[in-house]
Ligand binder design. Structure first.
Ligand SMILES: NC(=O)c1ccc[n+]([C@@H]2O[C@H](COP(=O)([O-])OP(=O)(O)OC[C@H]3O[C@@H](n4cnc5c(N)ncnc54)[C@H](O)[C@@H]3O)[C@@H](O)[C@H]2O)c1
Length: 108
């Protein structure tokens, strides 16, 4: 049965691979990412392949923005079944890394 999935950092790397995998098995996938250009391009690629995906430009370190995006996903796709937190950066100072890689996951 089709599920509703949310993937943060879903426009590239590991998150993009997971988004595609979930879409391919028939899930509705909400892709959240900071980079609007990469997000638009990846969402349109998947939509052109016939997958049921939507993009939401959001910074996962902004708790209010995350909640707003999640509210839109619930309204547009329905109750959320799956959450994948893949937004992150490898090279960063301690504070920036913690803010994105740790707090971002918690806000999701
Ligand atoms: N690739 C690996 O082998 C590997 C191994 C161990 C851990 N990791 C970690 O896993 C995470 C994802 O890795 P990846 O290789 O897929 O990286 P990636 O750079 O290819 O993808 C990360 C995505 O997260 C998005 N992003 C970054 N900051 C964001 C923010 N504040 N809000 C929303 N989206 C944001 C980026 O725009 C990008 O699309 C990183 O934290 C990385 O350090 C990766």
């Amino acid at each position: 049965m089709s599920k509703v999935a949310v993937v943060s950092g879903g426009a590239s790397g590991i998150g993009a691979a997971i988004s595609r995998r979930l879409a391919r098995r028939g899930d509705k996938v909400a892709i959240l990412d900071l980079s609007s250009d990469v997000l638009k391009q990846y969402v349109s690629t998947l939509q052109n392949e016939g997958f049921d995906v939507r993009g939401y430009q959001v910074d996962v370190t902004d708790r209010a923005a995350v909640w707003e995006a999640v509210g839109s996903v619930r309204k547009e796709l329905g109750p959320i079944d799956i959450v994948v937190t893949s937004a992150g950066i490898e090279e960063a100072g301690y504070i920036t890394g913690q803010q994105i890689n740790v707090n971002g996951g918690i806000y999701m």
